[in-house]
Design a protein around this ligand. Structure first.
Ligand code: FAD
Length: 320
């Protein structure tokens, strides 16, 4: 059976959810073989095996933490030589896309980014992408070389499936470029206690209609009632009401949660580009003509200062 490489995103051996989603997609195409690198990589094998990885190729060399992406690319090249995979799946993060692009170049493979679905098909793998600010859905496949595919978080469910998860050491010889960019310091970001925006299953966003930094407490309260991440439009971010790291859209982050709630956001094309692939979209806006209502599953025409607190209270009450 064809094998599919899955590049593991983990923090000190704790596997992040988007990697488990990749394993679900990989199983549709072949047998998943995971590649885990850096400190704690060996510790990922248990959970990867519980989600379908037949083998876990592990290298815990310090280079993966000391330098930026090139050592990881070297390791994936070595893994491709060891496995001859039909596809390599990588999480569509900024780092994941850089790793994938470099890997495709080094292995003469085709690159497909920001994919939202993967299935077996002609030539091995057929992918679905949502393009032009999600106005079109395309199906593509690579016609030369293997396929390197980056997949957006929340594109597939996490499905536990027992597999061997056998740990195999990966021999990697680092290229001259591997030590080109050294990490000189690391600072932990202050935790909000909320999920990471790009990985969250639910995102609650506020826009210009929130009308002030202090009013974002309403958006945060709704988010917390749902266990959601908080996002913002560029207008809200540029006004200094919320951090730039929370901006959703063309020049911000791209999110694809199960549920996206937009409050006081008009739905400009640049905002839609970052959230339109969300599974269910809800908007609260006092203007019934706001363009956001063209793409919603549920729309509430009303003042967010009345609607959002009521919604938060109702969710809390139903949760008991
Ligand atoms: P507005 O368009 O001003 O909409 C505010 C909405 O709030 C209105 O619809 C109004 O009816 C509603 N409202 C007001 N008061 C209330 C209330 N009390 N209750 C309910 N509703 C209320 N934007 C992004 O978001 N992300 C990007 O990444 C991004 N990138 C860009 C890149 C470029 C190159 C350019 C040119 C623009 C970009 N923009 C981006 C900006 C984008 O064009 C819009 O200006 C921006 O998205 C508008 O934000 P908004 O919807 O919060 O504000």
């Amino acid at each position: 059976m064809a094998e599919v490489l899955v590049f593991v995103d983990h923090v000190d051996g704790v596997v992040r959810k988007p990697t488990l989603e990749l394993l679900t997609l990989a199983r549709r195409v072949g047998e998943p073989v995971a590649v885990a690198l850096g400190a704690g990589a060996g510790a990922t094998a248990g959970v990867l095996g519980e989600h379908g990885a037949v083998r876990v190729l592990v290298d815990e060399a310090p280079e993966y933490g000391e330098f930026l992406v090139v050592p990881k690319v070297d390791a994936l090249v070595a893994a491709c030589e060891a496995v001859s995979p039909v596809a390599v799946l990588v999480v569509s993060s900024a780092e994941g896309k850089e790793v994938a692009a470099r890997l495709a170049l080094r292995t003469g493979s085709g690159l497909l980014t920001d994919v939202v679905d993967v299935e077996a098909g002609e030539g091995g793998v057929v992918v679905v992408q949502s393009v032009f600010a999600a106005s079109f859905t395309t199906r593509s496949r690579v016609v030369r070389g293997g396929a390197v595919v980056t997949v957006k978080p929340n594109s597939a469910p996490v499905e536990p499936v027992a597999a061997a998860g056998e740990v195999v050491g990966l021999e990697v010889s680092f290229s001259p470029g591997a030590s080109g960019t050294r990490v000189t310091g690391r600072e932990a970001r202050e935790s909000t206690g909320r999920p990471e925006l790009t990985e969250a299953a639910i995102v609650v966003s506020g826009g210009r209609g929130v009308n002030g930094a202090e009013n974002f407490a309403l958006i945060e309260a709704l988010a917390d009632s749902l266990g959601a991440a908080v996002g913002a439009s560029r207008a809200a971010v540029d006004a200094g009401w919320y951090p730039h790291s929370a901006q959703v859209g063309q020049t911000g982050k791209s999110v694809s949660p199960q549920l996206y709630i937009a409050s006081g956001i008009s739905g400009a094309i640049q905002h839609r580009a970052g959230m339109q692939t969300s599974k269910t979209i809800v908007a609260i806006n006092k203007d019934a003509e706001a363009p956001i209502f063209d793409l919603v599953d549920y729309g509430v025409v009303g003042d967010l200062f009345q609607v959002v607190p009521q919604l938060t209270d109702e969710i809390k009450a139903r949760k008991g």
